[in-house]
Design a protein around this ligand. Structure first.
Ligand code: UD1
Length: 383
């Protein structure tokens, strides 16, 4: 059997690492091996957004890099499809495995199906029902096309059944990102927090905070709905500076999209001069995990961090109006609350979090063994 797996952007790397390990273990234990080709579309290309994850998670270098880079959505998807079609014609794989919901996921699923190659989607069935989110469009189209839909939880499976998917197509496997988290906890715990700041400090800033366990906030923001509008972003900054930073230090790994916007809106200088906020470059996997384990609170618009906070028991203020990962919400037993970018709600939920404790939970099958269940499902499909 020949499998091509696809990665494109940062949140894909922690999902593909355990899947590649599962193929390697299978090949050690079985006479007939699986031939595996890793394709990187190149959507994320900075060292800190891409290669650092390959190194940290010991992902073998991609066999093929399509070098797509930045661009509008149509440019990224179009260029990826043209380049990936050539790979498929040359390699003739039995399966294309895509993960998550980035532009690479969408582009490679369409290209594969047009050439009658089977598609397996890991992390299928997530729905935010927000068609303004580019990722929702990517998820809907990918799931409509995929032959095999591997879901992280029952809510996601139910979404797919409601859309007409069959029992043969949908297999619950758990959350593959938690395989990576479990495998890397020990290494993350051994890192010192002052080292994280020293290694990642933004060139234009000086070190101004000390991180004590359970007494700091971590901020990450990159969604267009939060960072692309001057007023919205300014409102969030006001909340962070006037409210959060007065109570505890904030460490903020700034996503490249957000850095560009902060500079365009003339907010960058203001942030640099705010006491108790430390801007750092996008962090490596282990550094962010270490900060997450010991944070008092996470303020984020990332879906992946909502899941990691759930398993680690870190309070998570999610700066979105909806989530495709409802299993992480406090009302469903998780640790996260949705506050959108409503500053009053943000303040209210943040205050509640300061007083109460949350418990770490592990939804069903978030047990670190998801990748081998993914590979099993592929091997059993139609066999
Ligand atoms: C993408 C994903 C999103 C994911 C996020 C995580 C899509 C539709 N979106 O959003 O689901 O949560 O990644 O990071 O696929 N840039 C760099 N260096 C890089 C990569 C990007 O400077 O290595 C810049 C680009 O020039 C661009 C901006 O960051 O201006 C945004 O990058 P892009 O790939 O368009 O999407 P993200 O916002 O990162």
């Amino acid at each position: 059997m020949k499998i091509i797996s696809v990665v494109g952007a940062r949140p894909n790397f922690m999902k593909i690492a355990p899947f590649i390990n599962a193929i390697e273990s299978y090949n050690k234990d079985n006479k007939i091996s699986i031939e595996h080709i890793l394709v990187h579309t190149g959507q994320h290309y900075d060292y800190r957004m891409s290669k650092s994850f390959f190194e940290a998670l010991k992902i073998p270098p991609a066999d093929i890099n399509l070098g797509i880079g930045s661009g509008t959505h149509a440019e990224q998807v179009g260029h990826t499809m043209i380049a990936f079609e050539k790979v498929l014609i040359e390699e003739e794989p039995d399966w294309v495995v895509v993960v998550g919901d980035v532009n690479a996921t969408l582009a490679c699923s369409i290209t594969a199906k047009k050439l009658n190659v089977r598609v397996c989607h890991i992390e299928a069935g997530l729905r935010s029902r927000d068609m303004q989110m580019p990722e929702e469009i990517n998820r809907l189209v990918t799931d409509r096309l995929a032959d095999l839909l591997l879901v992280p939880d029952r809510l996601s499976a139910n979404n797919l059944f409601a859309e007409g998917c069959t029992n043969e197509q949908v297999v619950m496997v758990g959350n593959i990102m938690i395989d990576t988290l479990d495998a890397n906890l020990e290494k993350a715990l051994a890192i010192s927090k002052s080292d994280i700041i020293n290694r990642n400090i933004h060139l234009e800033t000086s070190s101004k905070i000390i991180l004590e366990d359970n007494n700091y906030a971590v901020v990450t923001l990159h969604r267009p709905s939060n960072v692309d509008n001057n007023e919205t972003l300014k409102g969030i900054l006001d909340f962070l500076t006037n409210f959060v930073a007065k109570k505890m230090p904030i460490i903020w790994p700034v996503h490249p999209r957000t850095e560009i916007k902060l500079k365009n809106f003339n907010l960058w200088e203001f942030l640099l001069s705010t006491p108790n906020i430390q801007l750092v470059y996008p962090l490596g996997y282990h550094d962010l995990l270490q900060l997450n384990i010991n944070a008092k609170v996470m303020l984020t618009d990332s879906g992946g961090l909502q899941e990691e906070c759930t398993v680690l028991g870190t309070k998570c203020v999610t700066m979105r109006w909806n989530t495709e990962r409802p299993i992480t919400l406090k009302k469903n037993g998780g640790v996260s609350v949705l506050v959108g970018n409503d500053l009053q709600l943000l303040e209210k939920e943040f205050k509640i979090f300061l007083k109460e404790d949350v418990k770490a939970i592990r939804p069903e099958m978030w047990d670190g063994k998801t990748a081998s269940r993914c590979l099993d499902a592929i091997l059993k499909f139609n066999s």
